[in-house]
Design a protein around this ligand. Structure first.
Ligand SMILES: [Zn+2]
Ligand SMILES: [Zn+2]
Length: 213
């Protein structure tokens, strides 16, 4: 799978990733915080046929571009059921007061749960439900590429906040335990800041070190 990080032109926004199955050109975008015409050009440059908009969770800094991208491409919006309501409600997504314009509501096309496998061309994407930052947070695992797209669950050296209305420190700890229990090493592509590896986080992440004490 070809994995590109897209630059959306604003530091507030989450990291957005374009996944392209190279054999078929079928593609998915993870967490499109913002939709611009550049997006169309990027899809064209990558010969990408956009099938899915995969969301790690429902916060505005990950979803604000979903409406425009879905209208332009017809791609299916995929999210965990616990966060699907965030796509319809700018109070839940925390967009209200943080964005200059109202959030346009979007209905999810597919609700995923733990262990689901999404087929993208000839590639497989596994869903791991990792609540804690929100109740419907997920990681997308590209087993063949040894990549975890970790949303706002696992970050380089830390983890996502758990103090929003649907966050839970206990669930975050359970989710991090499940992630570090995966076999071997993975590249970790987080929702914010720079990429890391699972092995590095097992050793150095302050949140993980605190919880295993
Ligand atoms: Zn975020
Ligand atoms: Zn978030």
């Amino acid at each position: 799978m070809k994995i590109n990080q897209l630059y959306l032109g604003h530091e507030m926004f989450a990291n957005c990733y374009l996944l392209v199955d190279e054999k078929t050109g079928d593609a998915a975008v993870v967490d499109p915080a913002w939709y611009t015409d550049d997006f169309k050009n990027i899809l064209a440059e990558n010969n990408a046929n956009l099938k899915y908009i995969l969301l790690t969770h429902g916060h505005f800094d990950h979803i604000f571009g979903v409406h425009g991208l879905k209208e332009a491409t017809g791609a299916k919006v995929v999210i965990h059921g616990n966060d699907a309501g965030h796509l319809l409600d700018e109070n839940k997504s925390l967009a209200r007061g943080n964005m200059p314009e109202p959030q346009k509501p979007v209905h999810a096309d597919a609700l995923v749960s733990d262990g689901d496998v999404i087929t993208l061309g000839e590639s497989k994407i596994r869903v791991m439900h990792t609540p804690g930052h929100t109740m419907g947070g997920v990681c997308y695992i590209l087993e063949d590429d040894r990549v975890i797209i970790s949303g706002d669950t696992l970050f380089c050296m830390t983890a996502g906040r758990t103090d929003f209305f649907d966050g839970s420190d206990e669930l975050m700890i359970e989710s991090l335990k499940r992630l570090i229990a995966l076999d071997g090493d993975y590249r970790v592509l987080p929702g914010h800041n720079r990429e890391t590896t699972l092995e590095s986080e097992r050793k150095r992440n302050w949140y993980i070190r605190r919880m295993v004490k």
